[in-house]
Design a protein around this ligand. Structure first.
Ligand code: PHB
Length: 390
C-alpha cells in the first residue's frame, strides 16, 4: 500500500470515528471555516458578525442542547480549509460546518461527506458547490440568480452593447456566463469580456480597455471586499461621468464599501439579494442591532451567516436535537422563513437557496449612498441548476 493511501485510509477512519462520537454529546458544535485575515478578511468578519448576532438574539440553547460556535480562519486558502475541516471533525467533534468562499467550500466537500457533517454554505456564490456534497445546503446566493435578471433589465432599459469586467475565478465566470446568455438572447451584444486577477486587483487597465470599446453598458462582478477599490479606480478614469451605465450583481454596491464611495456610484443599478436599505420591519431591527454590535452596516454576506444559523437552529428544533446528517439534511429541505433580506427557502430538490432578487438604484439618503430597491423578482432559483433539468 502506498503511503498516501495509508494516510488517506487512516484519515477516513478518524473522520468516521470523529463524527460518530459527536452525536453522544450534550452540546452541539458548529465549526465555521472562513477567511478572517487576508484580502477576503472582510468576508469572514461579516459572517462571524452575522452568526454571533443570531446567537445573541436567539440564545445559545436549542432543543435542550448548548450551541457552541467555533470560528476558524482559513485565510481563503483551500488547503487550509481542508486541514481545518479535518481537525474540526476529528478533534472538535463538530456536528455542523459552515463553509465560506467557493474554493474552500469545494475543498471541504469530500471531507464533510465522508465525516457525515451537515454543512451550511454561508458565502459561496458558485452554482456547482451544493452538488459537491449531499450534506451541503446554501444560505448565501448564486451569481447566476442575479446576473440574468440584471441582463434582462438592462436590455429592457435601452442597453445594446456591453463590456463585462469579471473577477477571474468561478463566481466571476458564472456571473459572466448567465449575463451574456440573457443579454444576447434579449438582443444585446457583449463586445468583450475582461478578466481581472482575483488577488490584489488593479482595475485601471481593464477600465481603460472597456472605455476604448465605447459600450453603452459595463457589467461588473467583483467579490465582497473589492467594491471600494473598484469604485475609486472607476472614478479616477472619469467613468462615473462618461454616460456608460454601470450594472452588475449586488457585489459592486456592497454595503461594507458603499458608505465610503461618495457620489461615485450614485445611479448605479444592480440586481441583488440584500440591501441594508431593505424596507421590512425585520431588516430595520437587523440593521440597528448589527450596527450597534459592529459599528457599521451589515452587507449581503452577513445575512448568509445569520440565516445559516437560523437554518441550523430550526432544523435542530425539528429533529429534537438529533444531529444525524441524513436526518438533519432531510428536514432542512423545503424549509422557509423570513430573513432580513425578505422571504427565503431551501429548495428541496437542490438544497440551494430560493430568494427574492431586487433591482436597486444607488441613492443618497441622509448624506450616505444606499442601494434602494424598486422592483422585486420573487422566489428566484439558481438558473444554472434549473437549466440542467430542462
Ligand atoms: C464566492 O466565494 O463564491 C463569492 C465570494 C464573495 C462574493 C461572491 C462570491 O462577493
Amino acid at each position: 500500500m502506498s503511503r498516501t493511501f495509508l494516510v488517506a485510509a487512516t484519515l477516513a477512519a478518524a473522520i468516521a470515528l470523529g463524527a460518530g462520537s459527536a452525536s453522544a454529546q450534550d452540546s452541539i458544535k458548529i465549526g465555521v471555516v472562513i477567511p478572517m485575515t487576508g484580502t477576503s478578511g472582510p468576508v469572514g468578519r461579516e459572517i462571524a458578525a452575522g452568526t454571533k448576532l443570531y446567537m445573541a438574539q436567539h440564545g445559545d440553547t436549542v432543543a435542550g442542547k448548548k450551541i457552541e460556535l467555533i470560528i476558524r480562519d482559513d485565510a481563503s486558502v483551500p488547503d487550509n480549509a481542508k486541514r481545518i475541516t479535518q481537525e474540526l471533525i476529528v478533534n472538535d467533534h463538530v456536528n455542523f460546518l459552515g463553509a465560506g468562499l467557493t474554493p474552500s467550500a469545494m475543498a471541504m466537500a469530500p471531507i464533510a461527506t465522508q465525516g457525515k457533517v451537515v454543512t451550511v454554505v454561508m458565502v459561496s456564490g458558485t452554482s456547482v458547490v451544493t452538488e459537491r456534497s449531499p450534506y451541503y445546503a446554501r444560505t448565501s446566493f448564486t451569481l447566476g440568480q442575479q446576473s440574468g435578471i440584471i441582463a434582462d433589465w438592462a436590455v429592457q432599459n435601452g442597453s445594446k452593447k456591453a463590456v463585462s469586467i469579471l473577477s477571474d475565478w468561478a463566481p466571476g465566470a458564472e456571473a459572466g456566463k448567465v449575463f451574456e446568455s440573457n443579454f444576447t438572447k434579449d438582443g444585446g451584444q457583449v463586445l468583450e469580456t475582461l478578466k481581472v486577477p482575483l488577488a490584489n486587483p488593479d482595475f485601471a487597465p481593464f477600465l481603460q480597455r472597456a472605455s476604448d470599446l465605447h459600450p453603452d453598458t459595463l457589467f461588473v462582478f467583483v467579490p465582497a471586499g473589492q467594491a471600494g477599490t473598484f469604485a475609486r479606480q472607476f472614478a479616477e478614469r472619469g467613468l462615473d461621468k462618461s454616460g456608460i451605465k454601470l450594472i452588475g450583481p449586488g457585489d459592486i454596491v456592497d454595503d461594507d464599501d458603499l458608505p465610503n464611495t461618495g457620489d461615485t456610484l450614485l445611479g448605479v443599478v444592480t440586481a441583488g439579494i440584500y440591501s441594508a436599505a431593505h424596507p421590512s420591519e425585520l431588516n430595520k431591527q437587523y440593521v440597528a442591532a448589527y450596527q450597534k454590535a459592529n459599528n457599521h452596516r451589515p452587507n449581503f454576506i452577513s445575512v448568509g451567516g445569520y440565516d445559516g444559523m437560523h437554518l441550523i437552529y430550526e432544523a435542530l428544533k425539528k429533529t429534537n436535537g438529533n444531529t444525524d446528517a441524513d436526518t438533519v439534511i432531510e428536514v432542512m429541505k423545503g424549509m422557509s422563513w423570513e430573513s432580513p433580506r425578505g422571504p427565503i427557502a431551501i429548495d428541496p430538490r437542490t438544497r440551494d437557496i430560493v430568494q427574492n432578487v431586487y433591482i436597486r438604484k444607488v441613492e443618497k439618503k441622509d448624506g450616505e449612498p444606499w442601494a434602494v430597491e424598486f422592483q422585486t423578482f420573487p422566489a428566484v432559483k439558481d438558473p444554472l441548476k434549473e437549466a440542467e433539468t430542462k
